[in-house]
Design a binder for this molecule. Structure first.
Ligand SMILES: Cc1cc2nc3c(=O)[nH]c(=O)nc-3n(C[C@H](O)[C@H](O)[C@H](O)COP(=O)(O)OP(=O)(O)OC[C@H]3O[C@@H](n4cnc5c(N)ncnc54)[C@H](O)[C@@H]3O)c2cc1C
Length: 410
């Protein structure tokens, strides 16, 4: 047992942890990241949003990501009974990047972690946080690894442990999500599609022909593989029987167009399942800690917002924490929680609208005025924090519902 010092201790080296660590290390702080797994490691969440490129640029990581040869992504295509509605990020109303990537997360996350190390952060892999103590003047964090049990003392702890939700669990901050429990069953396939079968530069979201709350994703990668998954209410998943692989192909068969597109596909990794992923917390920060990315909240996979929210939370937290460590007075609620929540509320409204059917009506409405479609496109590209877009923030839900009323077929 030893006491090891750092200015900032980060739990988890996923996108939120690596970006926060890089930003703080670049500012001259001693940052230690403790990561449970050895990298590269699999993670779900492979389709990025264009807005995330700005955040990667801020963290000095965008060139390293571009150099990896990931599949370019320029938008999203929604398919309902053969009707296709495509959003090209070049047509968004907000300024900023109009492209991003579709990334096997093992490689993407390893790239970000290596960049954080290059910028001065220390990362200890295969080191799991097992206990925390916030009772004294400085937090103490206990880890377990092949080196044994260690106690790390720091001025501040950033929890970026994703679905591990380390501080919410250990400090009793967990709160159920207002969204009903849904689940996803997924794998990677060698898709064996022919050139021109579909647009590899777009995530393809296929909606079940009769049940609009069941949908599938197809996220192509640059090596001929693709991530494929089906999202449905938990009971729907539980009703299927057989091996995980059999259940995956049964679930996919319910979406005939995607099943046809993938008729020659072969799975290249074991089928995974995540049930009841939506979660939230009672508070985003406290004395000597803040929660980043999924450690705080996860909404839903449908708009691929998870990594972008994780990076945004890292960017906001690193700025506030940097000032705090330099001795400034800071207000975590006003400078971190409220600005972060502005964009989270945007995505929350879009997710709610997707499942109550109103947003699907907007997406497939053929006679949408061009300026409105550009605003919707902006949010789909991740620009959920653009206060110039009326479909963002706490007003987004009300405005989307009004818009959906205007999108009823005559
Ligand atoms: C079905 C599904 C599909 C999704 N699709 C998308 C998508 O297309 N696009 C998108 O942007 N997002 C997607 N997401 C969300 C995305 O996976 C997450 O939002 C994103 O990975 C969050 O990043 P993070 O840095 O907060 O956490 P993570 O990426 O989960 O990283 C957390 C890290 O912390 C480590 N850790 C955990 N506990 C401990 C501990 N006690 N001690 C030390 N280390 C620990 C973990 O090993 C992990 O490496 C999807 C989610 C689901 C469930």
């Amino acid at each position: 047992m030893s006491e090891l010092l750092a200015d900032v201790l980060v739990i988890g080296a996923g996108p939120a942890g690596s970006v926060a660590a890089a930003l703080l290390a670049r500012s001259g702080f001693a940052v230690r990241v403790l990561e449970r797994e050895a990298f590269p490691r699999f993670s779900i969440g492979e389709s990025l949003l264009a807005c995330s490129m700005e955040l990667l640029e801020e963290a000095g990581m965008v060139e390293a990501v571009k150099a990896r040869g990931f599949q370019l992504k320029n938008g999203a295509a929604f398919d309902r009974n053969g009707e296709l509605s495509e959003f090209d990020f070049a047509h968004k109303s907000s300024p900023g990047y109009s492209f991003t990537f579709q990334v096997p997360r093992a490689e993407f996350d390893a790239t970000l972690a290596a960049e954080a190390q290059r910028q001065g952060a220390e990362i200890r892999f295969e080191t799991e946080i097992t206990a925390v103590d916030f009772s004294g003047g400085r937090p103490k964090v206990t880890s377990r690894s092949a080196r044994g049990v260690e106690v790390h003392e720091a001025s501040f702890v950033l929890d970026a442990s994703g679905f591990g939700r380390t501080l919410p669990r250990l400090l009793g901050l967990e709160r159920p999500s207002a969204f009903p429990p849904r689940g996803a069953i997924f794998t990677h396939v060698r898709d064996n599609t022919a050139q021109g079968d579909f647009d590899r530069q777009k995530i393809r979201i296929g909606i079940h022909p009769t049940e609009s709350d069941i949908w599938s994703w197809l996220i192509p990668f640059s090596n001929g593989h693709a991530s494929v998954g089906v999202v449905a209410p938990v009971d729907h998943h539980r009703a299927r029987t057989g091996s995980p692989e059999e259940r995956f192909w049964q679930a996919l068969a319910a979406e005939p167009r995607l099943r046809a597109l993938l008729s020659r596909a072969e799975t290249v990794r074991p089928v995974g399942e995540i049930i009841g992923y939506a979660a939230t917390v009672t508070q985003l920060h406290g004395r000597h800690f803040a929660l980043l990315g999924n450690a705080a909240e996860f909404l839903d996979p449908v708009f691929s917002s998870g990594v972008t929210i994780a990076l945004k939370s890292a960017s906001l937290a690193a700025a506030v924490l940097g000032r705090q460590l330099r001795g400034d007075d800071v207000d975590w609620q006003r400078e971190f929680a409220e600005p972060l929540n502005y964009g989270v509320e945007t995505f929350r409204a879009f997710v709610a609208g997707w499942y109550d059917g109103s947003l699907q009506r907007v997406i497939f409405f053929q006679r949408q005025p061009d300026n409105i479609r550009r605003m919707i496109c902006s949010v789909l590209a991740g620009y959920a924090w653009d206060r110039g877009n009326p479909y963002t923030g706490s007003q987004a839900g009300r405005r989307l519902r009004t818009l959906a009323e205007l999108c009823r077929p005559n």
